[in-house]
Ligand binder design. Structure first.
Ligand code: NAP
Length: 266
């Protein structure tokens, strides 16, 4: 029998992370669950051990706390059985940019952006050495939609998307698979934390359906998976438009529309 890699999932106490735990357990993977709420994780771990027979470890950690984050990094660095990292933990602050305190903003950036990049960095050398391993990063459509007005949250999710796409180029040739999952509105507790009533939204997906779709993308080794987007050509078109600019970015001179104006004002 082939031993399946263990999966470390952050934010596994509820919501999307708890569904990932359920699905990977049903696929026969041992798990390491990471979040702050030990009780919830223990309850989930008990259920999954009973229902699926996999081994489940609970690692209580506040990923905004440097010492806790270091413990999770050490686990990823040292535990050879872990072959899949799901960077899922995240939160969305309530209110607009000027309503949020600088400390609150720093906590969101630490949890949503700093933690995933540090955890990816902790595990990547081992994966590269082995020539295999997977990193799944949960971004959001908010990361490509400044129009939604979730400035800090959206910026962290854009960071996660670019991190994933760049890691795909850097680590892909070394055997490491990197997936950015880009969900739209999904029914979880995050909406309460963001101070929004999820039932006022025009369309909300259940977390189970979202994760099942994301796992189809995982199995297909997609770099970017947008579970809700009906027409995949729209994402391809977006990428094609971006890539078309690449050969034009580096120039000796500023673009004519600025150059002329700059010469006039000098
Ligand atoms: P959720 O139900 O609020 O779950 C968030 C998870 O993150 C919980 O397990 C929570 O556990 C954990 N977490 C929060 N703060 C933490 C901290 N300081 N340290 C460690 N763990 C922490 O939210 P969700 O909707 O499932 O969100 C999961 C991911 O999906 C997030 O990255 C979110 O941005 C993304 N996403 C969600 C939606 C949506 O509409 N729901 C859409 C797009 C993307 P504890 O409280 O026990 O620590």
């Amino acid at each position: 029998m082939i031993n399946k890699p263990s999966v470390l999932i952050t934010g596994a106490s509820t919501g999307i992370g708890a569904v990932y735990a359920d699905r990977f357990a049903r696929r026969g993977h041992d798990l390491v669950l990471v979040a702050r709420d030990r009780q919830r994780m223990e309850a989930l771990a008990d259920r999954l051990r009973q229902e699926t027979g996999v081994a489940v470890d609970v690692l209580q950690a506040d990923l905004t706390d440097a010492r806790d984050l270091a413990l999770v990094e050490a686990r990823l660095r040292d535990d050879d059985r872990i072959g899949i990292l799901v960077n899922n933990a995240g939160t969305a602050p309530a209110g607009g940019f000027v309503d949020q305190t600088p400390d609150e903003i720093a906590r969101v950036v630490t949890l949503n952006a700093m933690a995933p990049v540090r955890l990816a960095r902790a595990v990547a050398p081992r994966f590269v050495n082995k020539g295999e391993g997977s990193i799944v990063n949960i971004s959001s459509v908010v990361g490509v939609t400044p129009e939604y007005g979730s400035t800090v949250y959206g910026a962290t999710k854009a960071f996660v998307l670019l991190l994933s796409q760049s890691l795909h180029f850097e680590l892909g040739p070394k055997g490491v698979y990197v997936q950015a999952v880009v969900p739209a509105a999904t029914r979880t507790e995050i909406w309460e934390h963001a101070g929004k009533n999820v039932d006022t939204l025009p369309a909300v997906m259940d977390a189970g359906e979202m994760v099942d779709a994301a796992l189809v993308g995982f199995d297909r080794r997609e770099t970017v998976t947008v579970p809700s987007l009906p027409d995949p050509d729209q994402w391809t078109g977006f990428e094609t438009a971006r890539r078309a600019m690449i050969p034009n970015f580096n120039q000796v001179h500023a673009a004519e529309r600025y150059r002329q104006a700059a010469q006039l004002s000098n």
